[in-house]
Design a protein around this ligand. Structure first.
Ligand code: ASP
Ligand code: MG
Length: 461
């Protein structure tokens, strides 16, 4: 049995969805499908929270917008009036709940993390109810189960939960396996089970989401808990590439990657996979395959434990401009106990995530998502007592990530890499090499990004 994840990018408009429905019928029986919300629906639900808080008169419009989006799809995908009516009634009940939550926010005048996660989770609930309804109406043996009924148990961290795998696996054996295994007297299962991604339930019963884009992670949790043969991620792209095709026109598909390579690329590269997806499946040795729904017979990318390294060691050169740095200068950073801890705690208390840290004896460099830099800098400058001499913020750099298993134990890779950069006449601002077995990171001025990528790609790929 496979676990197949279908992302929001593929759940967009009735023509694309109708193609997906055909694919499910042709290749999906006997498998579990983890779905995202329909394209853009999570954003609308979250935007609705702000609108509902400010003005209760907006709530009916928020709800009718969401209804229309789902119902108009149903009009295209369901040919039979009775089926339409049944599904319409089922979804109406769900919309009524969402509406009540919005009113609750307006009346109580607060958005708690708890309420935020409850509302965010509804996009996925709606999409599985809809898709199961459509497949049933086509005569398929389709059903769905919600994570709270299946028993996806989390650590209870709102907005950034982690699944408790031992408990979840136990629950799945009882609650989910029977819904997908073949019935007594048949050898193969014709069942199609839909499962909403993005959230689980804490031990005390709270709905908790896995963070934006977290349905990939959910799918990995489901795959591992069911001991699936493989985890397929259905997307509207071929898979991992040797570079972002927007920057490098002859970027190539990478047919096989290791878990390590895929994780590093997931952090910096195009949003092929949520960075945490590898965690749950890696332990059970379940492979991940990225499949393009527009080219379902294409090879896609396979992520597996024993991937053969590339001849040049380097498989991909990814990058992001969505970073910023804060440099903190203090003498003897390397000798002062607790300085790093105090800085990290202060920033984390302000709700800001530090993406990475590089230190020397006189300087600590902290990396953030670009939008967080101003706030983090303000937090640091108001720190008392002031632990450092000077600070500086940088928001015009790009981060480049050179990825390939074996980078750390092949002589000369770093030298070749930096020679390629220097041949392009580009100055390197900062380097991080060593922590990962499969990645080398460095920063260049944003204006030098294109030429650096081209030079590296030509050299290694
Ligand atoms: N629907 C959620 C989001 O947009 C989760 C996901 O699609 O992966 O973040
Ligand atoms: Mg997504």
């Amino acid at each position: 049995m496979k676990t197949i994840k279908i992302g929001g990018g593929c759940l967009k408009g009735h023509e694309v969805i109708s193609n997906i429905v055909d694919l499910i019928v042709q290749r999906g029986r006997g498998n579990v499908f983890v779905l995202s919300a329909l394209h853009g629906v999570t954003d609308k639900l979250l935007d609705g929270i702000e609108r509902a808080l400010k003005n209760e008169d907006e709530i009916p419009a928020i709800i009718s917008g969401l209804k229309e989006e789902h119902y108009s799809l149903m009009r295209h995908l369901l040919k039979n009036d009775d089926d339409f009516e049944k599904l319409h009634q089922e979804l109406d009940k769900v919309f009524l709940k969402i509406e009540r939550y919005y009113f609750g926010i307006n009346f109580t005048r607060e958005i708690t993390p708890r309420m935020h996660d409850i509302i965010a989770s509804y996009g996925e609930r709606l999409s599985v109810i809809l898709m199961a309804g459509v497949l049933k109406s086509r005569g398929e043996n389709a059903s769905y189960i919600m994570p709270q009924d299946a028993g996806v148990i989390t650590d209870g961290r709102f907005g950034d939960a982690t699944a408790n795998m031992p408990l979840t696996s136990q629950n799945f054996e009882k609650n989910v396996l029977p819904l997908i295994l073949p019935d007594n007297n048949s050898k193969v299962s014709d069942k199609i089970l839909f499962f909403p991604g993005f959230f689980g339930i804490s031990e005390s019963g709270e709905i908790t989401t896995f963070g934006r884009g977290g349905s990939d992670y959910s799918a990995a949790v489901v795959a591992a808990s069911l001991k699936a043969d493989t985890l397929e991620i259905w997307k509207d792209t071929e898979g991992f590439m040797s570079a972002d095709p927007h920057s490098i026109s002859d970027a190539k598909l990478i047919p096989v990657l290791s878990y390590e390579e895929a994780s590093e690329l997931a952090y910096t590269g195009a949003s092929i996979l949520h960075p945490r997806t590898v965690e749950p499946v890696r332990k059970s040795g379940i492979n991940i395959t990225i499949k393009n729904t527009l080219n379902p017979d294409g090879v896609g990318s396979l992520i597996t434990e024993f991937a053969v390294p590339a001849d040049s060691v380097v498989k991909s050169i990814s990058h992001t401009k969505d970073i910023g740095m804060i440099k903190i200068y203090a003498s003897g950073v390397g000798l002062r106990r607790g300085i790093l801890g105090k800085i990290a705690t202060t920033i984390s208390k302000a709700g800001i995530n530090i993406r990475s840290v590089v230190t020397s004896h006189t300087c600590i460099s902290l990396m953030f998502t670009r939008k967080d830099v101003d706030k983090a800098h303000a937090v640091l400058t108001s720190m008392k007592p002031k632990l450092y001499r000077e600070s500086e913020q940088i928001t015009d750099n790009a981060l480049i990530c050179v990825v390939g298993d074996g980078l750390h134990n092949h002589i000369g890779i770093a030298a070749k890499c930096f020679a390629a950069v220097s041949n392009a006449g580009v100055n390197i601002e900062m380097i991080s090499y060593g922590p990962s077995k499969a990645a080398l990171y460095f920063m260049v001025d944003e204006g030098d990004l294109d030429i650096t990528l081209k030079s590296l790609h030509a050299h290694f790929v």
